[in-house]
Design a protein around this ligand. Sequence first.
Ligand SMILES: Cc1ncc(COP(=O)(O)O)c(C=O)c1O
Length: 653
Amino acid sequence: MNSTAPRIAPQLGWKVDDSAQLYQVDAWGSGYFGINAAGNVVVRPDQQPGREIDLLEVVEGLKARDLTAPVVIRFSDILAHRLKCLNDAFAQAIAENDYQNRYAAVFPIKVNQQRLVVEGVYRAGAPFGFGLEAGSKPELLVVLAMTEDTPDRLIICNGFKDDSYIETVILAAKLGRRIVPVVENFAELGLILKHAEKYGVRPQIGVRVKLAAEGAGRWRESAGEKSKFGLFINEILEVVGVLREHGMLDCLKLVHCHTGSQLQDIRRVKEAVTELAHVYAELKLMGAGLEYLDIGGGLGVDYDGSRTNFESSMNYTLNEYAGDVVYRIASVCNARRIPHPQIISESGRAIAAHHSVLVFNVLGASALDQFRVAGRLEDDSRDGGEVPQPVRDLYDAYRSVSERRLVECWHDALQAREQALQMFNLGYLNLEARGLAERLYWATCARIRDLCRRLESVPEELEGLETVLSDIYFCNFSVFQSLPDSWAIGQLFPIMPIHRLAERPGRNAVLADITCDSDGKIDRFVSLRETKRTLEVHELRAGEDYYLAAFLVGAYQETLGDLHNLFGDTHVVHIRLLEEGGWWIEETVKGDTALQVLGYMEYDTDELYPRLARDCERAVRDNRLTLPESQRLKRFYEAELQGYAYLEPDNES
Ligand SMILES: Cc1ncc(COP(=O)(O)O)c(C=O)c1O
């Protein structure tokens, strides 16, 4: 980046609090993230100021251990704290509503199936008796193994189920697991009855209800009558009939619904829970042996901190959610004079999102506001010939920029640039002149933008200039691998620098990743009002690392990520807080090597190196490479096969 580019004066009057305000850390950080006096982001695993981990210190500590960025840093203490918060919120609501039963979450492992995460949730959920949810056969296999010593912890089985899935569930019940297959379509009931009879098991059965209450937001189609899952009320009545016929109506233990992930509006939660509670009451009064009411997932995460019903936010708190759920169920059951059911939620995002942070380094930047213009046009015209009229006009526009003539100069520059391009396409403007026109145009834009920054209100036509002139910061990660929801569904994640926060960030940038894909970029950033099109960043300093981080990435991102351009999994570490202050690394999972990724693509990885080595030897034989050159290439190739796919600091040798 050109160091002479115009910028806001750094430091002047800038405080750490200004950065906190700018990046809205307190709003989306929910007390887990903050900024310390040194201007670094800190992580507070149990939301207590003072008990904190300096994120830059961690990143530097990892670098010293050859774990260079990009890296996913998981804070297991945050995970445990999220589970405690969920339990406490329901415990409080249960006490306030004189509710006569308990609450338990079952963690849907699809949210983050990584072994260390699921084990972490399972371990930390033990004091609260939380269980697990499986949505597929492989997930069921994981869950069955994990509950080896704790058969009493609830397992809910959702998703499409075939014969062997159901047979496994029935045998697991015989093994002693508290496991509930949720009937998603009528055919599954037949399979349950078949295997229950075969093995002499009286299973606990659940039904997923297709609610009339529609979901909301991005996943609205998970609910409502058009949803892919669940049974219409009519079909549930058929289920009741069939179970009664088999003398098994007492086995119908659970009703379930899922109205979509990231429910941003509390009204949807209330509507769905009320409807489900009525279905529960009706079925109970018909003689079903119901004990559990499962409200599914959907508890949101306030990614932008705006506390609104915007897609990346939520207009309610965890306590409000728990309070409303408990109150609604209690009211319906009290009115119908039936016992209160055990409340289950399949909250995933709200448990896992906060505990992971993706840290990546910035590799370089390109800026459009760096073009310099000489005092005399003729000095700038390198070919020394006659300066064409549109170029002269652009020069005039550049010279005339003033606060009073901003829009006028902008129009002049636009028109002159258009004319210059037309002339070039007709062959009347040479490359030199076109280059000069380009330079003058961008320099004029930059001047206009700089003056706009001083205005209280920017003319509408010029509002987009800030974005047009923003820098591109090239970042060492893959959006497709590490933030797939940002690319696929426009999900917003809070992103900010993790250091230098006592300095005013003097640049605005969009972020480009290192894939060769123009979609591999981030150009929407969280803000309390409108989504920002650029992120405020600091100017890069030669020879100094600059780190940004994406926060709240613990839900759905890791396994949804793909191998675009063969960028595999990043390094992952689990960081724990030390009671006496500081931190330690509990777990390290090294990122994919190139060899591993190529193996996933079915290359014969044993053959890759020998093929190159053969070619090198032929080149030495034919004097196309010297022996040292050939050795260097072979060594490089071998090392890269074993190396991290992401860009690493320069090799000194
Ligand atoms: C059946 C079911 N339960 C639970 C969840 C988890 O939802 P969330 O992560 O929004 O809590 C999902 C996710 O879509 C789901 O389909």
